[in-house]
Design a protein around this ligand. Sequence first.
Ligand code: CA
Length: 387
Amino acid sequence: MKLTQLDVFVVKARLDTPFAFSQGWVHQRAATLVRLTTESGLQGWGEAFTQGLEPPEIAAATIEHALAPLVLGKDALRPAVLWQAMYNQTRDHGRKGSVMSAMSAIDIALWDICGKHHTVPIHNLLGGAFRESVQPYATGFYRVRGPGEADRLAAEAIGHREAGFSAMKIKLGFGVRDDLAVMEAIATALNDTEVELMVDTNHAYGRRDAMTLGHDLANYNLRWYEEPVVPEDIASYTALRESLNVPIAGGENEHSAFGFNNLFQAQALDVVQPDIGSCGGFSAARDILGMAQANGVMVNPHVWGTAIAQAASLQFIATIPITHHSLFPTEPILEYDVSNHPFRNHLVADPWAMIDGRVAIPQQPGLGIEINMDTIEQYQTQSATLT
Ligand code: CA
């Protein structure tokens, strides 16, 4: 089934109130979206993950100029074959970052088409679902001033608990002293209720401070400690993992089986977090999943995009086996970004929601979503159509 058209859209919205994570201020939410159309009229959608500081135009230009010529006219039902073609052609200028996000968007759209062609959800094409729903965790606790916001963040934790979350991830990396003040305020506010906590410093520290923080967080019974150091410093990941009691997580800034192989070989992680919108799409994520299983590393995908990226993440989460089998095993959980995003949910007709503390895995064909073109038209700043 030949691909006859590719549309790429850049959508973005300025935020009234910018927020910060440890690496900078986020002034806008943005996404690079791809729509693939086949000769039979079937359409598939994909999204390139856009980091908080990443211009979405980079992935859009990669799609328009580098990748579209490689996929147009080719068979849409062969995503793995097209993945190899895209990766090999871009190897010398790609492998990481926005080029891989661009490839991921196309791969997701191809799998969406495959699902629609076979009238099954993507998880069915990947071997079937291990679960019908997943527990979400709240990703929030961004800063609106910087350090010194412990009281406001403690109130935010109460809000997430009242909204039904029983797990939440706290943004740290604003100085070890401030981080510990935030953790103490949140733990006091939650008052030993059954809430599971994780922390994420977005690689704010070097090995020494990351180690100090990790030791001082030992009493919070954390599910994981995410991106303690920069993604390039794999040796420090390994050292932290060997020294600390808290499980070490990372991988949202790693790409493809080649990149993740380095993490597994170094025994750097307890929890690996590929983002379907930047690791290389479903085609790469399933390779990473197999490697993680073989290395005893739990898989919890990262997702911070729109409802399209979230739909892809849900399809993938359905296919993650239990890493350490037992009668009462630890299940993967779903990242649920609660930070400000003007069009995250409006992009699709039927955005998912938490019901009784769970999110259902969509069962409709492909990604299981219907796109609101009105929303794209409202927020798009550029688009290109290639045939
Ligand atoms: Ca993160």
